[in-house]
Design a protein. Sequence first.
Length: 187
Amino acid sequence: MSKQTEKRDFPVGQTRRYLEPGPIVLVSSRWQGATNIMTLGWHTILEFSPSLVGLMISGGNHSFHMIRSSRECVINLPTTKLTDTVVGIGNTSGAEIDKFARFGLTAEKAHEVEAPMIGECHASFECRLHDDVLVDRYNFFIFEVVKAHVAASPKHPRTLHYTGDGVFMVSGEIISRRSLFKPEMLG
């Protein structure tokens, strides 16, 4: 048996440093002819079929109003090659600048939604609002992924995971236990 780790008190406001579930994404939107991109780390998979994803978007964010009005977005997965772009997008407001132009990103036409995909990202997931019951209370949107686009390689891209205070972790070594996996035992 492994040795127990000594634990110390930790500020509850910094819990995200350990529990932030997924990679940083760039969420693109379009409303009334304008486009925008926001950096987002607060998302979670909610269901596999239909494919539901929850996003927490601050009500003060320019993208919040665009996404709430259009009821759609594209969740784009950047790799570590876009680290400075991810930070730059997060530090600027789409109400003041065209982020596609400012950061030299390619707005690609999506197939199922009006929001653009970001050409430089490893993957793009076109989303439509599935449920808005938690938006007013928690700024939590539940989207259905209606179309997915993923680059053929690499199979496991190096992605960014935000831990707070301007610090990111990079997705690391892949560990497979496929031979032990029993899908019938989920839950």
